[in-house]
Design a binder for this molecule. Structure first.
Ligand code: PLP
Length: 392
């Protein structure tokens, strides 16, 4: 039976890493996989995490099971950052649990919504490819609408039309900030409108916040999520700490569920616990415990936030330079200046993406998506000149 299984396509980005590693050119540039990089091209462990890990090794006296909800100290400590310090539980209406990364939290969110009877899921495209893959794996129906215009703004008419077509009891997935892959986020005014539209249509919002602090700032990046939650009776949130704490392979995430009446939270969350138990049983502990130790210590929290500021500031500088470059050949790079987070889409065709790789050693996804953090003050001129060469 097992030999009947058909070959599946390799993950395109992981294949790109291999190609990049095998390229002997000294001036090659990796703009593929989505991890933050320093000006030196490294993805280091945060100093705040290193300090918390040292504390953890010293203090941890057991590795006994915690249960499917994982480290609830971590889950609770994160809530003021996500939902606001003024009312982090929304009057007791929100409860959460730990999940293996943002991916695990998204999988739980989609599966809990399915159990609750959600019929269809709406999502702007392009999106992070795994959204559609998880929905397909769970056998759920996905309806898509266009996320962004060619001019580099959010396609609000497409979003309005999708919500108008959606039926009560459908779910809508929204990227909280730093849209992957376009970098094109909703403005606060857009969020105000979206919150009202989602509430009026009685859709279930599923908010994916995977890059808080890497766009405009911790508070600014939570604006949309908080605006939607304030407008609706029920919502699901998938949160990732893998980028904003640099914990990628440690798989640190959280799932939150909001209800109109706190009395129902226990029953609703028991479904999320049961789904987790049946898939990964319990989330990995280490990274979440390190985050908890950071958030429990004012000095480590300040250090973490300062490291995050440095990362965001570096990406802003790269974006400012791309924006100022304007046209490179026929490619207009100026919209990238005002986009957010790690990603942007260049207007390169698949043939031009191949040409820039072969001729210039610059590796980017076939869609033309680049990881902005792969650019540095040392290689950005080379990148702009290469774009001009392959599009000119
Ligand atoms: C939009 C979006 N959501 C969720 C995730 C999942 O992140 P994690 O690595 O924590 O599973 C990613 C990761 O790339 C992402 O881009």
């Amino acid at each position: 039976m097992l030999t009947n299984l058909a070959q599946q396509p390799a993950d395109a980005l992981l294949a790109l890493i291999k190609l990049h590693n095998a390229d002997p050119r000294a001036n090659k540039i990796d703009l593929g996989v989505g991890v933050y990089r320093t000006e030196e091209g490294a993805t280091p462990v945060f100093a705040a995490i290193k300090a918390a890990e040292a504390k953890l090794v010293q203090q941890q006296d057991s590795k006994a099971y915690l249960g499917p909800e994982g480290d609830m100290g971590f889950v609770t400590a994160l809530m003021p950052y996500v939902f606001g310090a003024a009312n982090p539980t929304m009057d007791g209406r929100i409860e959460g649990m730990q999940a293996p990364g943002g991916t695990g939290a998204l999988r739980l969110a989609f599966a809990v919504a399915k159990r609750a009877g959600v019929k269809r899921y709406w999502m702007g495209t392009p999106s992070w490819p795994n959204h559609a893959q998880i929905l397909a794996d769970l056998g759920l129906e996905l309806k898509t609408f266009n996320h962004a215009t060619k001019a580099g703004t959010v396609d609000m008419p497409a979003l309005r039309a999708a919500i108008a077509e959606a039926g009560e009891g459908d779910a809508i997935l929204l990227h909280g900030c730093c849209h992957n892959p376009t970098g094109i986020d909703y403005t606060p005014a857009d969020w105000d409108e979206i919150a009202a539209l989602v509430a009026a249509k009685k859709l279930l919002p599923i908010l994916d916040l995977a890059y808080q602090g890497l766009g405009k700032g911790m508070e600014e990046d939570a604006y949309g999520l908080r605006r939607v939650l304030a407008a609706v009776p029920e919502a699901l949130v998938a949160y990732s700490c893998d980028k904003n704490f640099g914990l990628y392979r440690d798989r640190v995430g959280a799932f939150y569920l909001m209800l109109a009446d706190p009395a129902g939270l226990g029953a609703a969350m028991s479904n999320a616990h049961a789904l987790a138990r049946a898939s990964w049983s319990q989330p990995p502990d280490h990274g979440a415990a390190a985050v908890r130790l950071i958030l429990a210590d004012a000095g480590l929290t300040a250090q973490w936030l300062a490291e995050l500021d440095t990362m965001r500031e570096r990406m802003r500088q790269v974006r400012a330079k791309l924006g100022a470059a304007g046209k490179a050949g026929t490619a207009d790079l100026s919209p990238m200046g005002s986009q957010n987070g790690l990603f942007s889409i260049t207007p390169l065709t698949p043939e031009q993406v191949l040409a820039i790789r072969e001729k210039h050693g610059i590796y980017m996804a076939g869609s033309g998506r680049i990881n902005v953090a792969g650019l540095t003050m040392a290689n950005i001129d080379q990148f702009i000149a290469a774009v001009a060469d392959v599009t000119g």
